[in-house]
Write a protein that binds this ligand. Structure first.
Ligand SMILES: Cc1ncc(C[n+]2csc(CCOP(=O)(O)OP(=O)(O)O)c2C)c(N)n1
Ligand SMILES: [Mg+2]
Length: 545
Protein backbone atom coordinates (compact mmCIF):
# COMPACT_ATOMS: atom_id res chain seq x y z
CA UNK A 1 0.00 0.00 0.00
CA UNK A 2 1.20 3.50 -0.84
CA UNK A 3 2.16 5.42 2.28
CA UNK A 4 0.95 8.97 2.56
CA UNK A 5 3.47 11.74 1.89
CA UNK A 6 4.73 14.06 4.60
CA UNK A 7 3.32 17.58 4.82
CA UNK A 8 6.46 19.02 3.18
CA UNK A 9 6.37 16.40 0.42
CA UNK A 10 2.71 17.03 -0.31
CA UNK A 11 3.30 20.78 -0.63
CA UNK A 12 6.09 20.11 -3.13
CA UNK A 13 3.93 17.64 -5.10
CA UNK A 14 1.05 20.09 -5.39
CA UNK A 15 3.30 22.96 -6.48
CA UNK A 16 4.81 20.71 -9.11
CA UNK A 17 1.44 19.58 -10.40
CA UNK A 18 0.44 23.22 -10.85
CA UNK A 19 3.45 23.85 -13.09
CA UNK A 20 5.93 25.26 -10.58
CA UNK A 21 9.52 24.19 -11.31
CA UNK A 22 11.54 26.80 -9.38
CA UNK A 23 11.31 28.12 -5.83
CA UNK A 24 13.05 31.41 -5.02
CA UNK A 25 14.46 32.25 -1.62
CA UNK A 26 17.08 32.18 1.11
CA UNK A 27 17.24 29.46 3.79
CA UNK A 28 17.37 29.86 7.56
CA UNK A 29 17.26 27.42 10.45
CA UNK A 30 13.46 27.42 10.66
CA UNK A 31 13.18 26.28 7.06
CA UNK A 32 16.29 24.12 6.58
CA UNK A 33 14.39 20.83 6.76
CA UNK A 34 12.10 21.94 3.98
CA UNK A 35 15.07 23.20 1.93
CA UNK A 36 16.57 19.75 2.20
CA UNK A 37 13.34 18.21 0.91
CA UNK A 38 13.21 20.79 -1.88
CA UNK A 39 16.77 20.11 -2.94
CA UNK A 40 15.96 16.40 -3.29
CA UNK A 41 12.75 17.09 -5.22
CA UNK A 42 12.00 17.93 -8.85
CA UNK A 43 11.77 21.62 -7.93
CA UNK A 44 14.87 23.75 -8.28
CA UNK A 45 15.89 26.16 -5.55
CA UNK A 46 16.99 29.56 -6.82
CA UNK A 47 19.01 31.42 -4.21
CA UNK A 48 18.79 35.17 -4.51
CA UNK A 49 20.96 37.78 -2.76
CA UNK A 50 18.07 39.21 -0.80
CA UNK A 51 14.55 38.00 -0.01
CA UNK A 52 13.00 41.00 -1.73
CA UNK A 53 14.75 39.83 -4.89
CA UNK A 54 13.24 36.38 -4.42
CA UNK A 55 9.80 37.91 -3.98
CA UNK A 56 10.00 39.97 -7.18
CA UNK A 57 11.44 37.00 -9.09
CA UNK A 58 8.57 34.76 -7.93
CA UNK A 59 6.05 37.44 -8.89
CA UNK A 60 7.41 37.68 -12.43
CA UNK A 61 7.58 33.87 -12.60
CA UNK A 62 3.91 33.68 -11.63
CA UNK A 63 2.96 36.26 -14.28
CA UNK A 64 4.71 34.30 -17.00
CA UNK A 65 3.92 30.75 -15.85
CA UNK A 66 0.68 30.96 -13.89
CA UNK A 67 2.03 30.21 -10.39
CA UNK A 68 5.21 31.15 -8.54
CA UNK A 69 6.71 30.28 -5.16
CA UNK A 70 9.07 31.90 -2.72
CA UNK A 71 10.46 30.12 0.33
CA UNK A 72 11.99 32.03 3.25
CA UNK A 73 12.71 31.80 6.92
CA UNK A 74 10.58 33.12 9.74
CA UNK A 75 10.09 36.92 10.05
CA UNK A 76 13.60 38.11 9.10
CA UNK A 77 12.99 36.60 5.66
CA UNK A 78 9.20 36.62 5.64
CA UNK A 79 8.78 40.27 6.46
CA UNK A 80 11.22 41.16 3.68
CA UNK A 81 8.81 39.75 1.13
CA UNK A 82 5.88 41.71 2.59
CA UNK A 83 6.40 44.42 -0.03
CA UNK A 84 6.64 42.04 -2.97
CA UNK A 85 3.58 40.17 -1.70
CA UNK A 86 1.68 43.44 -1.50
CA UNK A 87 2.61 44.05 -5.12
CA UNK A 88 1.49 40.57 -6.14
CA UNK A 89 -1.80 41.14 -4.37
CA UNK A 90 -2.39 44.56 -5.88
CA UNK A 91 -1.52 43.45 -9.42
CA UNK A 92 -3.03 39.97 -9.30
CA UNK A 93 -0.08 37.67 -9.40
CA UNK A 94 -0.48 34.21 -7.82
CA UNK A 95 2.60 33.71 -5.64
CA UNK A 96 2.81 31.11 -2.87
CA UNK A 97 4.80 32.45 0.09
CA UNK A 98 6.21 29.55 2.09
CA UNK A 99 7.73 30.52 5.39
CA UNK A 100 9.51 28.30 7.87
CA UNK A 101 8.56 28.86 11.50
CA UNK A 102 9.29 27.58 15.01
CA UNK A 103 7.96 24.07 15.59
CA UNK A 104 4.62 23.61 17.37
CA UNK A 105 6.38 21.97 20.31
CA UNK A 106 8.83 24.85 20.61
CA UNK A 107 5.95 27.31 20.95
CA UNK A 108 4.69 25.91 24.25
CA UNK A 109 5.03 28.39 27.14
CA UNK A 110 5.68 31.19 24.65
CA UNK A 111 9.51 31.31 24.87
CA UNK A 112 11.54 34.12 23.31
CA UNK A 113 12.92 32.34 20.29
CA UNK A 114 15.11 34.17 17.78
CA UNK A 115 13.35 35.99 14.89
CA UNK A 116 10.12 36.22 16.86
CA UNK A 117 8.58 39.71 16.77
CA UNK A 118 5.71 39.89 19.26
CA UNK A 119 3.65 36.70 19.21
CA UNK A 120 4.24 33.53 17.23
CA UNK A 121 1.48 34.52 14.86
CA UNK A 122 2.64 38.10 14.22
CA UNK A 123 3.98 37.29 10.76
CA UNK A 124 0.82 35.33 9.89
CA UNK A 125 -1.30 38.35 10.86
CA UNK A 126 0.74 40.60 8.58
CA UNK A 127 0.27 38.20 5.69
CA UNK A 128 -3.46 37.88 6.35
CA UNK A 129 -3.62 41.46 5.11
CA UNK A 130 -1.48 40.86 2.05
CA UNK A 131 -2.81 37.57 0.72
CA UNK A 132 -6.11 36.09 -0.41
CA UNK A 133 -5.71 33.00 1.82
CA UNK A 134 -3.28 31.93 4.51
CA UNK A 135 -2.63 28.91 6.67
CA UNK A 136 -0.32 27.52 9.34
CA UNK A 137 0.28 23.83 8.71
CA UNK A 138 0.14 22.99 12.39
CA UNK A 139 -2.15 19.95 12.26
CA UNK A 140 -1.40 16.80 10.22
CA UNK A 141 -5.13 16.00 10.17
CA UNK A 142 -5.94 19.08 8.09
CA UNK A 143 -2.62 20.01 6.48
CA UNK A 144 -3.32 18.50 3.02
CA UNK A 145 -6.77 20.10 2.82
CA UNK A 146 -5.28 23.38 3.87
CA UNK A 147 -2.63 23.17 1.14
CA UNK A 148 -5.37 22.44 -1.43
CA UNK A 149 -7.49 25.29 -0.15
CA UNK A 150 -4.83 27.99 -0.36
CA UNK A 151 -3.48 26.84 -3.73
CA UNK A 152 -7.00 26.90 -5.14
CA UNK A 153 -7.50 30.40 -3.82
CA UNK A 154 -4.27 31.55 -5.49
CA UNK A 155 -5.36 30.13 -8.82
CA UNK A 156 -8.98 31.23 -8.54
CA UNK A 157 -8.26 34.84 -7.60
CA UNK A 158 -4.76 35.18 -9.12
CA UNK A 159 -3.50 36.57 -5.85
CA UNK A 160 -0.76 35.55 -3.39
CA UNK A 161 -1.26 33.06 -0.55
CA UNK A 162 0.72 32.40 2.64
CA UNK A 163 1.75 28.97 3.89
CA UNK A 164 3.55 28.76 7.23
CA UNK A 165 5.37 25.53 7.84
CA UNK A 166 6.43 24.92 11.47
CA UNK A 167 9.73 23.12 11.33
CA UNK A 168 8.59 20.08 13.30
CA UNK A 169 5.74 19.42 10.84
CA UNK A 170 7.77 19.13 7.60
CA UNK A 171 8.36 15.38 7.89
CA UNK A 172 5.09 14.48 9.65
CA UNK A 173 2.78 12.33 7.51
CA UNK A 174 -0.61 13.73 6.62
CA UNK A 175 -3.79 11.70 6.38
CA UNK A 176 -3.61 8.66 4.06
CA UNK A 177 -5.52 8.39 0.75
CA UNK A 178 -5.99 12.12 0.36
CA UNK A 179 -7.14 13.18 -3.10
CA UNK A 180 -6.55 16.77 -4.14
CA UNK A 181 -9.93 18.28 -4.94
CA UNK A 182 -10.08 19.96 -8.33
CA UNK A 183 -11.47 23.41 -8.62
CA UNK A 184 -14.55 23.84 -10.78
CA UNK A 185 -16.53 26.97 -10.41
CA UNK A 186 -19.43 27.65 -12.68
CA UNK A 187 -21.45 30.69 -13.55
CA UNK A 188 -25.11 30.81 -12.75
CA UNK A 189 -26.49 29.83 -16.21
CA UNK A 190 -29.53 32.12 -16.06
CA UNK A 191 -27.50 35.16 -15.02
CA UNK A 192 -24.86 34.43 -17.63
CA UNK A 193 -27.54 34.23 -20.34
CA UNK A 194 -29.15 37.49 -19.27
CA UNK A 195 -25.79 39.27 -19.07
CA UNK A 196 -24.76 38.05 -22.51
CA UNK A 197 -28.12 39.06 -23.98
CA UNK A 198 -27.77 42.60 -22.69
CA UNK A 199 -24.13 42.84 -23.75
CA UNK A 200 -24.80 41.51 -27.25
CA UNK A 201 -27.71 43.91 -27.75
CA UNK A 202 -25.58 46.84 -26.63
CA UNK A 203 -22.66 45.89 -28.87
CA UNK A 204 -24.88 45.27 -31.89
CA UNK A 205 -26.57 48.66 -31.54
CA UNK A 206 -23.28 50.49 -31.13
CA UNK A 207 -21.86 52.42 -34.07
CA UNK A 208 -18.33 52.51 -32.76
CA UNK A 209 -17.62 49.84 -30.15
CA UNK A 210 -14.13 49.37 -28.82
CA UNK A 211 -12.50 46.75 -26.59
CA UNK A 212 -10.16 47.76 -23.79
CA UNK A 213 -8.12 44.73 -22.77
CA UNK A 214 -6.36 44.71 -19.45
CA UNK A 215 -4.28 42.65 -17.09
CA UNK A 216 -6.82 39.96 -16.17
CA UNK A 217 -6.99 38.83 -19.77
CA UNK A 218 -3.35 37.93 -19.28
CA UNK A 219 -3.67 36.43 -15.80
CA UNK A 220 -6.58 34.18 -16.80
CA UNK A 221 -4.87 33.14 -20.04
CA UNK A 222 -7.63 34.54 -22.24
CA UNK A 223 -5.48 36.29 -24.84
CA UNK A 224 -6.42 33.86 -27.61
CA UNK A 225 -10.13 34.26 -26.93
CA UNK A 226 -9.94 38.06 -26.87
CA UNK A 227 -7.91 38.05 -30.07
CA UNK A 228 -10.49 35.73 -31.69
CA UNK A 229 -13.28 38.07 -30.57
CA UNK A 230 -11.48 41.04 -32.11
CA UNK A 231 -10.87 39.22 -35.38
CA UNK A 232 -14.36 37.79 -35.58
CA UNK A 233 -16.13 41.13 -35.03
CA UNK A 234 -13.44 43.51 -36.29
CA UNK A 235 -13.97 45.62 -33.20
CA UNK A 236 -10.74 47.54 -32.58
CA UNK A 237 -8.89 46.92 -29.35
CA UNK A 238 -6.75 49.06 -27.08
CA UNK A 239 -4.79 47.96 -24.00
CA UNK A 240 -3.88 49.68 -20.74
CA UNK A 241 -0.37 50.11 -19.32
CA UNK A 242 -0.88 47.28 -16.84
CA UNK A 243 -2.29 45.13 -19.64
CA UNK A 244 0.28 46.22 -22.19
CA UNK A 245 1.09 43.41 -24.62
CA UNK A 246 -2.03 41.28 -24.00
CA UNK A 247 -2.63 41.90 -27.69
CA UNK A 248 0.30 41.82 -30.11
CA UNK A 249 1.04 45.47 -30.69
CA UNK A 250 1.40 45.12 -34.42
CA UNK A 251 -2.05 43.69 -34.99
CA UNK A 252 -4.00 45.75 -37.60
CA UNK A 253 -6.94 46.17 -35.21
CA UNK A 254 -4.76 47.29 -32.32
CA UNK A 255 -5.15 50.95 -31.41
CA UNK A 256 -2.38 51.33 -28.84
CA UNK A 257 -2.26 52.04 -25.15
CA UNK A 258 -5.20 53.92 -23.70
CA UNK A 259 -4.22 55.84 -20.62
CA UNK A 260 -6.21 59.03 -20.59
CA UNK A 261 -4.02 62.06 -20.99
CA UNK A 262 -0.83 60.05 -20.65
CA UNK A 263 -1.35 58.10 -23.83
CA UNK A 264 -1.45 59.15 -27.46
CA UNK A 265 -4.21 61.66 -28.17
CA UNK A 266 -5.64 59.74 -31.16
CA UNK A 267 -6.15 56.61 -29.02
CA UNK A 268 -7.74 58.64 -26.28
CA UNK A 269 -10.17 60.30 -28.69
CA UNK A 270 -11.11 57.03 -30.33
CA UNK A 271 -11.86 55.27 -27.05
CA UNK A 272 -13.60 58.18 -25.37
CA UNK A 273 -15.85 58.86 -28.36
CA UNK A 274 -16.99 55.22 -28.51
CA UNK A 275 -20.63 54.48 -27.75
CA UNK A 276 -19.75 51.06 -26.30
CA UNK A 277 -16.47 50.50 -24.44
CA UNK A 278 -16.00 46.83 -23.59
CA UNK A 279 -13.57 46.76 -20.67
CA UNK A 280 -12.19 43.26 -20.27
CA UNK A 281 -10.30 42.42 -17.09
CA UNK A 282 -9.61 46.07 -16.44
CA UNK A 283 -8.25 47.56 -13.28
CA UNK A 284 -9.54 51.07 -12.81
CA UNK A 285 -6.31 52.32 -11.26
CA UNK A 286 -5.05 55.88 -11.38
CA UNK A 287 -1.99 55.02 -13.47
CA UNK A 288 -3.96 52.79 -15.82
CA UNK A 289 -6.36 55.63 -16.36
CA UNK A 290 -3.66 58.24 -16.85
CA UNK A 291 -3.78 59.64 -13.30
CA UNK A 292 -7.57 59.89 -13.61
CA UNK A 293 -7.51 61.83 -16.82
CA UNK A 294 -9.50 59.07 -18.53
CA UNK A 295 -13.11 59.86 -19.41
CA UNK A 296 -15.11 56.67 -19.51
CA UNK A 297 -18.85 56.88 -19.06
CA UNK A 298 -20.47 53.88 -17.27
CA UNK A 299 -23.67 54.34 -19.30
CA UNK A 300 -21.64 53.41 -22.39
CA UNK A 301 -19.53 50.66 -20.82
CA UNK A 302 -19.49 46.93 -20.37
CA UNK A 303 -17.18 46.19 -17.49
CA UNK A 304 -16.15 42.57 -16.98
CA UNK A 305 -13.57 41.30 -14.50
CA UNK A 306 -13.14 38.23 -12.33
CA UNK A 307 -14.72 40.14 -9.47
CA UNK A 308 -17.46 42.14 -11.10
CA UNK A 309 -19.64 42.31 -14.19
CA UNK A 310 -21.61 45.41 -14.96
CA UNK A 311 -23.32 46.41 -18.15
CA UNK A 312 -24.31 50.06 -18.14
CA UNK A 313 -25.75 50.43 -14.65
CA UNK A 314 -26.73 46.76 -14.19
CA UNK A 315 -24.62 44.48 -12.03
CA UNK A 316 -24.61 40.72 -12.58
CA UNK A 317 -23.57 38.36 -9.78
CA UNK A 318 -22.13 34.86 -10.20
CA UNK A 319 -20.77 35.24 -13.71
CA UNK A 320 -17.26 33.98 -14.22
CA UNK A 321 -15.00 36.19 -16.29
CA UNK A 322 -13.93 33.29 -18.53
CA UNK A 323 -17.52 32.24 -19.21
CA UNK A 324 -18.49 35.78 -20.15
CA UNK A 325 -15.64 36.12 -22.65
CA UNK A 326 -16.29 32.66 -24.08
CA UNK A 327 -19.99 33.57 -24.27
CA UNK A 328 -19.24 36.73 -26.23
CA UNK A 329 -17.04 34.76 -28.56
CA UNK A 330 -19.82 32.25 -29.18
CA UNK A 331 -22.56 34.89 -29.53
CA UNK A 332 -24.02 36.16 -32.78
CA UNK A 333 -22.10 39.37 -33.23
CA UNK A 334 -21.90 40.87 -36.68
CA UNK A 335 -18.63 41.31 -38.47
CA UNK A 336 -18.02 44.97 -39.00
CA UNK A 337 -16.61 46.68 -42.05
CA UNK A 338 -13.11 48.01 -41.94
CA UNK A 339 -12.93 51.27 -40.03
CA UNK A 340 -10.22 53.83 -39.97
CA UNK A 341 -8.37 53.51 -36.70
CA UNK A 342 -5.39 55.45 -35.40
CA UNK A 343 -2.22 53.94 -36.71
CA UNK A 344 0.79 53.60 -34.46
CA UNK A 345 3.85 55.57 -35.47
CA UNK A 346 5.91 53.19 -37.57
CA UNK A 347 9.25 51.98 -36.26
CA UNK A 348 11.87 53.71 -38.35
CA UNK A 349 15.37 52.32 -38.68
CA UNK A 350 17.58 54.07 -36.16
CA UNK A 351 20.14 56.36 -37.75
CA UNK A 352 22.92 57.72 -35.59
CA UNK A 353 22.84 61.47 -36.17
CA UNK A 354 26.44 62.38 -35.47
CA UNK A 355 28.96 60.13 -33.79
CA UNK A 356 29.18 62.43 -30.77
CA UNK A 357 25.46 63.27 -30.43
CA UNK A 358 24.59 63.01 -26.72
CA UNK A 359 21.88 60.53 -25.99
CA UNK A 360 18.38 61.59 -24.91
CA UNK A 361 15.63 59.46 -23.35
CA UNK A 362 13.54 59.83 -26.52
CA UNK A 363 16.33 58.55 -28.75
CA UNK A 364 17.15 55.76 -26.30
CA UNK A 365 13.63 54.36 -26.64
CA UNK A 366 13.66 54.77 -30.41
CA UNK A 367 16.77 52.61 -30.60
CA UNK A 368 15.47 50.09 -28.07
CA UNK A 369 12.33 49.66 -30.19
CA UNK A 370 14.47 48.25 -32.97
CA UNK A 371 16.19 45.87 -30.57
CA UNK A 372 13.01 44.05 -29.58
CA UNK A 373 12.32 40.73 -31.18
CA UNK A 374 9.63 38.11 -30.79
CA UNK A 375 11.54 36.47 -27.96
CA UNK A 376 12.20 39.59 -25.92
CA UNK A 377 10.36 40.14 -22.68
CA UNK A 378 10.53 43.79 -21.67
CA UNK A 379 10.77 44.19 -17.90
CA UNK A 380 10.34 47.79 -16.84
CA UNK A 381 10.98 49.28 -13.43
CA UNK A 382 9.24 52.31 -11.98
CA UNK A 383 10.28 55.78 -13.15
CA UNK A 384 10.88 56.97 -16.68
CA UNK A 385 11.79 53.37 -17.56
CA UNK A 386 8.08 52.59 -17.23
CA UNK A 387 6.71 55.75 -18.83
CA UNK A 388 9.09 55.49 -21.79
CA UNK A 389 8.41 51.79 -22.22
CA UNK A 390 4.70 52.40 -22.81
CA UNK A 391 5.64 53.68 -26.26
CA UNK A 392 7.61 50.54 -27.19
CA UNK A 393 6.08 48.09 -29.62
CA UNK A 394 5.90 44.66 -28.09
CA UNK A 395 6.21 42.15 -30.90
CA UNK A 396 4.06 39.43 -29.42
CA UNK A 397 1.63 39.37 -26.59
CA UNK A 398 2.48 38.93 -22.89
CA UNK A 399 5.94 40.21 -23.30
CA UNK A 400 5.83 43.21 -21.07
CA UNK A 401 6.18 43.00 -17.31
CA UNK A 402 6.02 46.00 -15.01
CA UNK A 403 4.60 46.93 -11.61
CA UNK A 404 2.46 49.54 -13.34
CA UNK A 405 -0.07 49.87 -10.52
CA UNK A 406 1.70 49.23 -7.22
CA UNK A 407 4.86 50.83 -8.64
CA UNK A 408 7.44 49.55 -6.23
CA UNK A 409 10.96 50.41 -7.29
CA UNK A 410 13.44 47.54 -7.52
CA UNK A 411 11.21 45.13 -9.42
CA UNK A 412 12.91 44.83 -12.76
CA UNK A 413 16.33 43.21 -12.21
CA UNK A 414 15.06 40.38 -9.96
CA UNK A 415 11.90 40.03 -12.06
CA UNK A 416 14.09 39.25 -15.06
CA UNK A 417 15.44 36.23 -13.13
CA UNK A 418 11.91 34.92 -12.62
CA UNK A 419 10.76 35.70 -16.15
CA UNK A 420 13.65 33.93 -17.83
CA UNK A 421 13.48 30.85 -15.60
CA UNK A 422 9.71 30.70 -16.19
CA UNK A 423 10.28 30.68 -19.93
CA UNK A 424 13.88 30.10 -21.01
CA UNK A 425 13.01 30.99 -24.62
CA UNK A 426 12.67 34.62 -23.55
CA UNK A 427 15.58 37.02 -23.28
CA UNK A 428 14.68 39.81 -20.86
CA UNK A 429 15.34 43.42 -21.72
CA UNK A 430 15.44 45.22 -18.40
CA UNK A 431 14.78 48.96 -18.26
CA UNK A 432 15.68 50.34 -14.85
CA UNK A 433 16.44 53.75 -13.37
CA UNK A 434 19.66 54.28 -11.44
CA UNK A 435 17.67 54.79 -8.21
CA UNK A 436 15.75 51.54 -8.63
CA UNK A 437 18.92 49.71 -9.66
CA UNK A 438 20.61 50.66 -6.40
CA UNK A 439 17.81 48.87 -4.54
CA UNK A 440 17.97 45.39 -6.05
CA UNK A 441 20.64 45.53 -8.78
CA UNK A 442 22.80 43.10 -6.81
CA UNK A 443 20.55 40.35 -8.11
CA UNK A 444 22.87 40.53 -11.13
CA UNK A 445 24.85 38.05 -9.01
CA UNK A 446 21.86 35.68 -9.14
CA UNK A 447 21.69 36.25 -12.88
CA UNK A 448 25.37 35.30 -13.16
CA UNK A 449 25.00 32.28 -10.88
CA UNK A 450 22.11 30.78 -12.86
CA UNK A 451 23.68 31.70 -16.19
CA UNK A 452 20.87 33.95 -17.36
CA UNK A 453 21.43 36.55 -20.03
CA UNK A 454 19.23 39.64 -19.77
CA UNK A 455 20.21 42.93 -21.33
CA UNK A 456 20.00 45.45 -18.50
CA UNK A 457 19.73 49.12 -19.44
CA UNK A 458 20.34 51.45 -16.51
CA UNK A 459 18.77 54.83 -17.24
CA UNK A 460 21.40 56.76 -15.36
CA UNK A 461 20.09 60.29 -14.82
CA UNK A 462 21.90 60.91 -11.53
CA UNK A 463 18.94 60.30 -9.24
CA UNK A 464 15.19 60.17 -8.84
CA UNK A 465 14.35 61.90 -12.10
CA UNK A 466 10.60 61.37 -11.97
CA UNK A 467 10.49 63.05 -8.60
CA UNK A 468 12.65 65.96 -9.74
CA UNK A 469 9.80 66.98 -12.04
CA UNK A 470 7.41 67.19 -9.11
CA UNK A 471 9.66 68.71 -6.48
CA UNK A 472 13.43 68.78 -6.52
CA UNK A 473 15.97 68.78 -3.74
CA UNK A 474 19.17 67.03 -2.71
CA UNK A 475 17.04 64.09 -1.54
CA UNK A 476 16.59 63.17 -5.21
CA UNK A 477 20.32 62.63 -5.80
CA UNK A 478 21.95 59.20 -5.60
CA UNK A 479 25.60 58.28 -5.34
CA UNK A 480 26.98 57.99 -8.89
CA UNK A 481 28.07 54.39 -9.32
CA UNK A 482 30.07 53.27 -12.31
CA UNK A 483 27.42 50.72 -13.18
CA UNK A 484 29.15 49.55 -16.33
CA UNK A 485 32.07 48.24 -14.29
CA UNK A 486 29.94 45.83 -12.24
CA UNK A 487 30.73 42.86 -14.52
CA UNK A 488 34.35 43.21 -13.43
CA UNK A 489 33.36 42.87 -9.76
CA UNK A 490 30.90 40.06 -10.40
CA UNK A 491 33.30 38.23 -12.69
CA UNK A 492 30.52 37.76 -15.23
CA UNK A 493 28.68 39.56 -18.01
CA UNK A 494 29.66 42.57 -20.09
CA UNK A 495 29.42 46.24 -19.28
CA UNK A 496 29.07 49.23 -21.61
CA UNK A 497 29.39 52.91 -20.87
CA UNK A 498 26.95 54.71 -23.17
CA UNK A 499 26.96 58.47 -23.57
CA UNK A 500 26.27 59.01 -27.26
CA UNK A 501 23.87 57.68 -29.88
CA UNK A 502 26.71 55.85 -31.54
CA UNK A 503 27.79 54.15 -28.32
CA UNK A 504 24.21 53.01 -27.72
CA UNK A 505 23.89 51.66 -31.23
CA UNK A 506 27.14 49.72 -30.90
CA UNK A 507 26.43 48.43 -27.39
CA UNK A 508 23.00 47.08 -28.36
CA UNK A 509 24.51 45.53 -31.48
CA UNK A 510 27.07 43.74 -29.34
CA UNK A 511 24.47 42.76 -26.75
CA UNK A 512 22.50 41.08 -29.49
CA UNK A 513 25.47 38.88 -30.33
CA UNK A 514 26.70 38.26 -26.81
CA UNK A 515 24.24 35.77 -25.36
CA UNK A 516 26.50 33.86 -22.99
CA UNK A 517 25.77 36.16 -20.09
CA UNK A 518 24.14 39.41 -19.09
CA UNK A 519 24.92 42.78 -20.64
CA UNK A 520 24.77 45.96 -18.60
CA UNK A 521 24.43 49.30 -20.36
CA UNK A 522 25.17 52.31 -18.16
CA UNK A 523 23.29 54.93 -20.17
CA UNK A 524 24.13 58.49 -19.14
CA UNK A 525 21.21 60.89 -19.42
CA UNK A 526 20.54 64.47 -18.35
CA UNK A 527 18.93 64.76 -14.88
CA UNK A 528 15.91 66.63 -16.26
CA UNK A 529 15.57 64.83 -19.59
CA UNK A 530 12.38 62.79 -19.89
CA UNK A 531 10.53 60.45 -22.22
CA UNK A 532 7.83 61.71 -24.62
CA UNK A 533 5.23 59.83 -22.53
CA UNK A 534 6.18 61.66 -19.33
CA UNK A 535 6.32 64.88 -21.30
CA UNK A 536 2.77 64.35 -22.61
CA UNK A 537 1.47 63.68 -19.14
CA UNK A 538 3.18 66.71 -17.64
CA UNK A 539 2.01 69.10 -20.31
CA UNK A 540 -1.59 67.86 -20.36
CA UNK A 541 -1.83 67.92 -16.60
CA UNK A 542 -0.43 71.44 -16.61
CA UNK A 543 -3.22 72.47 -18.99
CA UNK A 544 -5.88 71.01 -16.71
CA UNK A 545 -4.75 72.79 -13.57
C1 LIG B 1 10.26 51.30 -3.21
C2 LIG B 1 9.89 52.69 -3.65
N1 LIG B 1 10.39 53.76 -2.98
C3 LIG B 1 10.08 55.03 -3.38
C4 LIG B 1 9.25 55.24 -4.46
C5 LIG B 1 8.90 56.67 -4.89
N2 LIG B 1 9.50 56.96 -6.22
C6 LIG B 1 8.77 56.91 -7.35
S1 LIG B 1 9.67 57.23 -8.71
C7 LIG B 1 11.07 57.46 -7.80
C8 LIG B 1 12.37 57.79 -8.47
C9 LIG B 1 12.85 56.68 -9.32
O1 LIG B 1 14.20 56.92 -9.62
P1 LIG B 1 14.94 56.07 -10.71
O2 LIG B 1 14.78 54.63 -10.45
O3 LIG B 1 16.34 56.57 -10.84
O4 LIG B 1 14.11 56.40 -12.04
P2 LIG B 1 13.92 57.85 -12.74
O5 LIG B 1 12.72 58.48 -12.09
O6 LIG B 1 15.16 58.62 -12.51
O7 LIG B 1 13.64 57.53 -14.16
C10 LIG B 1 10.81 57.31 -6.44
C11 LIG B 1 11.83 57.47 -5.36
C12 LIG B 1 8.74 54.10 -5.12
N3 LIG B 1 7.91 54.18 -6.16
N4 LIG B 1 9.09 52.83 -4.72
MG1 LIG C 1 17.10 57.98 -12.11
Amino acid sequence: MKTSPSIGEYLIQRLYSHGVRHVFGIPGDYVLGFYDLLSKSKLRIVNTCDEQGAGFAADAYARVRGLGAVCVTYCVGGLKVANTTAEAFAEKSPVVIISGAPGMKEREKNPLLHHKVREFDTQKKVFDQLTIASTVLSDPQTAFQEIDRVLHAALRYKRPVYVELPRDQVFVKGIPHHQAAELHERSNPGTLRAALAEAVQMIERARKPVILADVEVHRFGLQDQVLALVEKTRIPVAATVLGKSVIGEQHPLYLGIYEGAMGREAVRQYVESSDCVILLGAFMTDINLGIYTARLDPSRSIYATSEKLSIRYHNYEDVRFKDFIRGLLGAKLRRRGRTRIPQPTPILPFQVRKSDTRLTVKRLFERVNGFLSTNTVVVADVGDALFGATDLFIRQRTEFLAPAYYTSMGFAVPASVGAQLANPKLRPLVLVGDGAFQMTGMELATIARYQLNPVVIVLNNSGYGTERHMQDGPYNDVWPWQYWRLPEILGAGRGFLVQTEQELDRALGQAQDYTKGFCLLDVRLGPLDRSPALDRLASRLAKQI
